[in-house]
Design a protein around this ligand. Structure first.
Ligand SMILES: Nc1ncnc2c1ncn2[C@@H]1O[C@H](COP(=O)(O)OP(=O)(O)O)[C@@H](O)[C@H]1O
Ligand SMILES: [Mg+2]
Length: 414
């Protein structure tokens, strides 16, 4: 199949909607054609709450990105999903490959993965089914068993599911803007595409994307996504806490957080003062910067504890050798790597989106890892997906579309 030349990403965050249009250059490199970033409206903790507002924000961001391209801009988009309606589990499925059939074929593996679909309720959709690894006749850790000889083939797969209504709403806000969904991608998987190195994936790594309303986690082991989770706490919680502490409105507090905030008050000079601007008749006044940083430290520490809890729930006793990679807008918080290092030890790094050329300077930030990652996901998984939730019975963002009808287990899969 011919590879697509054009790719469009629409990352619908709680804070902002980002559209990036890009093309594959002659050398095979991904180049930006246009970008559009607009403030999100109508999103609550990663979920669409006011569909009209989100439609409008998506439209404005696509329009902005298209401005650079003009008519004929590509309309099939890769879009991100997050929210606590998502859940994930790892499944195991075995298939018999009788001796007279011969070596393991691609077709057999397709059948095997198809069998990995879990039973989902009528209100759930399967978003991804990603093979983690294969066992052939008891031999484990096989990445690609095609061509091997073996009788008993087992696959372990990471399966991500979401609420049908929430996923359909994502499709709606894209389709309302004369575009179609090529694939919906779990937000953390998109971020992983543009941030994680091959070594980190192999060694095992915890990727944490701290957005405005959610913190999205994916753990890679032996090169593959192995665990994923969404925590309904993000950077906006820090802003809210600070707003309560300072009795200042959100918009003003957000600015102060970014300008003066740090989650490591002990690294701020004890005598440093900042001036809180006047508000609603309150005169401007001086405040110790350390005092301003305290609520930010407390909330971030709470979030780190929640991340640790998720890592434990995954079944890991300790952080993998690749450590923890932080991205998303909230990862730009001053003092964060120091606080994580102090609390958890090990390897910590803040990740910026990589793998694309021509990204405007204002998008070369952790907040845009998911948007860039969506394009890279699209390139990698191109042709594996279809873009419809017709009748609420389709699979988005998973290889399984190609296999067509007849999964033996999943009721919500056609
Ligand atoms: N320099 C910064 N310092 C602290 N927080 C930041 C900084 N830049 C962005 N943030 C925070 O990151 C969050 C937005 O992250 P982002 O990944 O853009 O969110 P979303 O994907 O949910 O739209 C906001 O809470 C914002 O305050
Ligand atoms: Mg985000």
């Amino acid at each position: 199949m011919a590879r697509d030349t054009f790719y469009t990403a629409v990352d619908i965050g709680t804070d902002k909607v980002t559209s990036i249009m890009a093309r594959i250059g002659t050398e095979g490199e991904l180049k930006v054609l246009g970008t559009g970033v607009v403030t999100s409206q109508g999103m609550q903790k990663g979920r669409i709450e006011n569909i009209d507002e989100v439609k409008e924000a998506v439209g404005a961001s696509l329009e902005e990105a298209q401005r650079y391209i003009g008519d004929g801009a590509p309309t099939g988009v890769y879009t991100s999903v997050t929210g606590t309606h998502l859940s994930a589990l790892n499944t195991k499925e075995v298939v018999d490959n009788p001796d007279d059939v011969g070596d393991i074929t691609k077709k057999l593996l397709d059948r095997l993965l198809r069998g990995s679909f879990p039973d989902v309720g009528p209100n759930q959709e399967v978003l991804h089914v990603i093979p983690i690894g294969y066992h052939v006749d008891g031999m484990s850790g096989i990445r690609n068993p095609v061509g091997l000889h073996g009788n008993l083939v087992e696959v372990e797969a990471h399966v991500v599911m979401g609420e049908s209504v929430a996923l359909k709403n994502t499709v709606k806000v894209i389709e309302a803007n004369k575009a179609s969904v090529k694939s919906m991608v779990l937000h953390s998987l998109a971020s992983a595409e543009s941030t994680l190195t091959g070594d980190e994936r192999e060694m095992g790594v915890v990727l944490v994307d701290i957005g405005a309303g959610t913190t999205d986690i994916v753990i890679y082991r032996q090169g593959q996504p192995w665990y994923s989770a969404v925590i309904p706490v993000g950077g906006s919680q820090l802003t809210r806490d600070l707003s309560v502490a300072l009795k200042t409105p959100i918009y003003m507090t957000e600015e102060m957080k970014v300008k003066w905030g740090s989650v490591m008050p002990e690294m701020v000079a004890s005598d440093e003062e900042v001036v809180i601007p006047s508000f609603q008749g309150q005169p401007k006044h001086a405040l110790s910067r350390r005092v301003l940083c305290e609520p930010l430290h407390d909330r971030m520490l709470e979030l780190i504890k929640l991340i640790v809890l998720k890592v434990r729930q995954s079944g890991l006793r300790e952080f993998p050798t690749g450590g923890i990679v932080l991205t998303g807008g909230g990862a730009a918080m001053t003092g964060l790597p120091d606080l994580v290092l102090k609390t958890l030890g090990g390897q910590v790094r803040i990740a910026y989106p990589e793998g694309i050329s021509g990204l405007p300077a204002q998008l070369r930030k952790p907040a845009f890892s998911a948007a860039v990652g969506l394009l890279l996901w699209g390139i990698k998984h191109q042709g594996e997906t279809r873009s419809s939730l017709n009748g609420g019975r389709s699979i988005m963002g998973s290889k399984s579309w190609r296999w067509g009808l007849g999964s033996k287990k999943a009721t919500a899969v056609r």
